[in-house]
Design a protein around this ligand. Structure first.
Ligand SMILES: Cc1cc2nc3c(=O)[nH]c(=O)nc-3n(C[C@H](O)[C@H](O)[C@H](O)COP(=O)(O)OP(=O)(O)OC[C@H]3O[C@@H](n4cnc5c(N)ncnc54)[C@H](O)[C@@H]3O)c2cc1C
Length: 284
């Protein structure tokens, strides 16, 4: 997780302070939300700022009196945003666990803090295209999330259906009541629509025609479907929907993190809004 406010804080871009845009673990680690493995190197994606960063500031991070940093400043200027590999234990790099989560409790989420970190030139990832590379990586991750959310919706639907058929009230299974069938029918329909959307995005991806706004639509939709399905399923399980003996309550809590990370519902809505109208509505 990033330094300020647990998320992307773009204010440093405005006043010329270094910015770390995000952290991902290397393969074998626990993915975007798990940074606890002490042996896992942490990629710090992003740094600095480009037009706003004065040469003096660059010197602060890459002193040109040190031959190890030769040429780094100009590279920064050329590429604007860099991808850097900061190894665990690097001076100035610390982490702080994000305590008290009620969502995704099985993994540890940590704040990554970079205070006056100085890195040698070989910390820059070769062949990286700066921020573009990081964003491409996130588009891939979000496509996976789009399927994961529909998987979550399928799991809670399955549990609600089985529970509804076995739990009897007023002398018959609750799944036989119209109000419960309405919930099941809604879930089945939205899950099917979500699967088809993701499938189509996958086809566009295979054909090399996918855009990040297609993936935004799939991530946003998957989260909405999964959030609503877990709410309906939790209702159908009654008090058992709040017990960890059933998986629905866990999914009910977990979807909240997924709804927020990798782009909130609001931000994906704005991405689609811009793709449709050509008018960005993020600020002002
Ligand atoms: C479990 C977990 C793991 C995470 N892992 C990572 C990670 O590995 N790496 C990482 O970088 N981050 C990670 N995050 C952080 C996550 O990406 C951010 O929380 C998320 O981007 C939202 O940022 P924020 O919390 O600062 O909210 P804010 O940006 O403060 O937003 C608060 C609310 O305002 C809305 N909002 C913000 N801007 C606008 C706007 N322009 N227009 C309309 N509405 C707006 C948002 O949609 C949201 O509803 C993780 C978060 C969680 C919960």
């Amino acid at each position: 997780m990033t330094r300020t406010g647990l998320g992307f804080d773009l204010h440093p871009l405005v006043d010329g302070r270094p910015l770390v845009l995000g952290g991902v673990t290397v393969p074998g680690g626990r993915g975007l939300s798990g940074h606890s493995d002490a042996d896992v190197l942490t990629h710090a994606i992003g740094e600095a700022l480009l037009g706003a960063l004065a040469l003096g500031d660059l010197g602060r991070h890459f002193p040109d009196t040190d031959p190890r940093y030769a040429g780094v400043s100009s590279l920064v200027l050329l590429r604007a945003v860099m991808d850097l590999l900061v190894e665990k234990g690097a001076p100035g790099f610390t982490t702080r666990d994000y305590e008290g989560k009620f969502s995704l409790r099985a993994s540890v989420t940590s704040e990554l803090i970079f205070q006056d970190v100085k890195l040698p030139a070989d910390a820059m990832l070769p062949k990286s295209d700066g921020l573009k590379s990081a964003l491409k990586c996130l588009t891939q991750a979000r496509y996976g999330i789009a399927w994961g959310t529909i998987g979550l919706a399928m799991a809670v639907f399955d549990e609600a259906l089985r529970y509804g058929k076995s739990r009897e009230q007023f002398g018959r299974p609750i799944a036989g009541f119209q109000l419960q069938q309405r919930k099941l029918a809604w879930m089945a329909t939205e899950i099917t629509k979500g699967q088809l959307l993701n499938l189509q995005v996958g086809r566009l991806k295979e054909a090399g025609k996918v855009t990040f706004s297609h993936v935004s639509m799939a991530k946003m939709n998957g989260c909405r479907v999964a959030r609503e399905c877990s709410r309906y399923a939790r209702e159908m399980l009654g008090a058992n929907g709040l017990a960890d003996e059933y998986q629905t309550g866990r999914h009910f809590c977990n979807i909240e993190a997924v709804y927020t990370y990798e782009g909130t519902d609001d931000i994906h809505t704005l991405i689609l809004g811009e793709a449709l109208t050509g008018l960005p509505a993020y600020s002002g």
